[in-house]
Write a protein that binds this ligand. Structure first.
Ligand SMILES: NC(=O)c1ccc[n+]([C@@H]2O[C@H](COP(=O)([O-])OP(=O)(O)OC[C@H]3O[C@@H](n4cnc5c(N)ncnc54)[C@H](O)[C@@H]3O)[C@@H](O)[C@H]2O)c1
Length: 433
């Protein structure tokens, strides 16, 4: 292992670069700066760079106060100029890994970031990929690109994969106290990556290779996708059996071993759970294997927005209304409670399906002031008794904790609740998922 890097980590003189300053990168850059390191954040989005340099956080988990304090101590600054990597000892890459329209992995952001890193690669540098991706990306895609400089991994530079596990909006676990998996291309790479993250995070878990680290992240997210798929199907079964699925889950969760509660809902959302398992199934397809659990869970989970639309139809039907001309108020458009992220949010599918059926769709979400759907831009409406009373149907899609549920149940004419927020209100006008 490179002694000078280890010494620099101990002395906090190691200079850190974070490439990609989104939900993952900005908290990571902040965490290293808080631990006393000199951190440069790099993003191609000039607006984010300018905003961050002004000390204005655009990520809810990081307060502007925290950001400003670190900028003031000169331990943290942001740029769109990759030349900054010339002076950096360790680089974490946190760029997006979306799916293409065909639902195949799009690793073009990783490739473009690596090409930039390659141009500034120098002896002794540690490179860590954090973006979620399929097993083999680090050694099959990233390594050849970096070694094409003539520098040798494990000797001249060090390369590892370390999946980010951040759960935006989680008040108990953030970047610093969520154990970090690291797997290097060589043993020296793993040890160095372990020492690097150990300098700022509470616990680091080394594994034997980058592939194991890549697969670990995909197991975690596939586990969630499959279990959510299972519980969504159980919800559909319970409805046919006239059983309250939420009560069943609550009861099952009293078992102190062998059961872990997952909750049904309007469908998957966010950058991770609906996307990451497809990286794994795609890789397996190249090996002539069908990842059946992943595909089945995806089928059930992606049918949930339509299931909700059917529930809205039933609720309107009870009032002798059709979709055409009915006002539907959607409460919450973010993919989960208390965050403002609408990526892959099931609310978007639900709203689009409602519009297609000529309903008048309005929404409230204090975290999402405006929303573009196709060629239409909607604006969040402020909640009032008048707004609730005017809607033919109120649909709770996201469980933001600011929703005053007893008041909403009192004022609304009819509610479709996809999150069991109305638990305890056994009112006929509530249609529970
Ligand atoms: N959001 C989450 O909850 C979460 C959790 C765990 C893991 N991840 C994974 O982490 C990765 C990043 O996710 P995110 O949510 O932070 O994405 P994000 O879209 O919020 O942020 C990514 C940032 O990278 C920047 N970027 C793109 N290409 C770049 C380039 N070539 N050079 C520099 N910057 C570039 C973008 O401008 C953007 O600011 C993804 O692989 C994701 O799957 C995300």
């Amino acid at each position: 292992m490179d002694r000078s890097l280890r010494e620099k980590i101990s002395a906090r003189s190691l200079r850190v670069g974070v490439v990609g300053l989104g939900y993952v990168g900005l908290p990571l850059a902040t965490t290293f700066a808080e631990a006393g390191f000199q951190v440069t954040g790099i993003d191609i989005d000039q607006q984010k760079v300018d905003q961050a340099n002004r000390g204005e956080s655009y990520i809810p988990d990081i307060s502007s106060g925290t950001l400003q304090a670190l900028i003031d101590t000169k331990r943290l600054h942001f740029t769109n100029d990759y030349a900054a990597l010339d002076d950096v000892d360790a680089i974490s890459i946190c760029v997006p890994t979306p799916l293409r329209k065909t639902r195949d992995p799009d690793i073009s952001y990783i490739i473009s970031a690596i090409q930039q890193v390659r141009a500034h690669l120098h002896s002794g540098q540690l490179i860590v990929l954090e973006s979620t991706t399929y097993p083999g990306t680090t050694d099959e895609v990233v390594l050849p690109e970096l070694e094409s400089t003539g520098l040798k991994v494990g000797v001249d530079f060090f390369l590892a994969f370390s999946p980010e596990r951040i759960d935006p909006g989680n008040p108990n676990f953030g970047t610093r106290n969520t154990p970090k998996i690291v797997g290097g291309i060589t043993q020296a790479c793993t040890e160095l990556a372990q020492a690097f993250y150990g300098g700022a995070l509470e616990a680091v878990v080394p594994v034997s290779s980058a592939r194991v680290a890549e697969m670990t992240k995909l197991l975690e997210n596939t586990f969630r996708a499959v279990n959510i798929g299972l519980v969504n199907e159980i919800a559909i079964m319970c409805e046919k059996l006239h059983i309250n699925v939420w009560e069943v889950i609550e009861a099952a969760a009293t078992k102190p071993f062998g059961f872990m509660p997952f909750l049904p809902g309007p469908g998957l959302g966010g950058h991770c759970i609906p996307v990451d398992p497809h990286y794994l199934s795609w890789k397996l397809k190249t090996l002539d294997y069908t990842a059946r659990f992943i595909e089945l869970a995806a089928e059930i989970n992606s049918s949930m927005p339509h299931y909700v639309v059917n529930k809205i139809s039933e609720a309107l039907n009870e009032q002798r209304r059709s979709f055409n001309g009915a006002t539907v108020l959607v409460l919450g458009v973010a993919y989960k409670g208390n965050v403002g992220d609408v990526r892959e949010s099931p609310a978007l599918d639900i709203m689009q399906a409602l519009m297609l059926r000529k309903a008048v769709v309005i929404y409230n979400d204090e975290y999402v002031p405006s929303l573009t759907l196709g060629n239409r831009t909607l604006h969040s409406q402020s909640l009032s008794s008048g707004l609730l009373q005017a809607a033919d149907c109120v649909v709770i899609v996201t469980d933001h904790s600011y929703y005053d549920v007893p008041w909403i149940v009192r004022e609304a004419r009819c509610i479709v609740d996809t999150r069991n927020m109305t638990r305890g209100h056994n009112d006929e006008k509530v249609f529970l998922l």
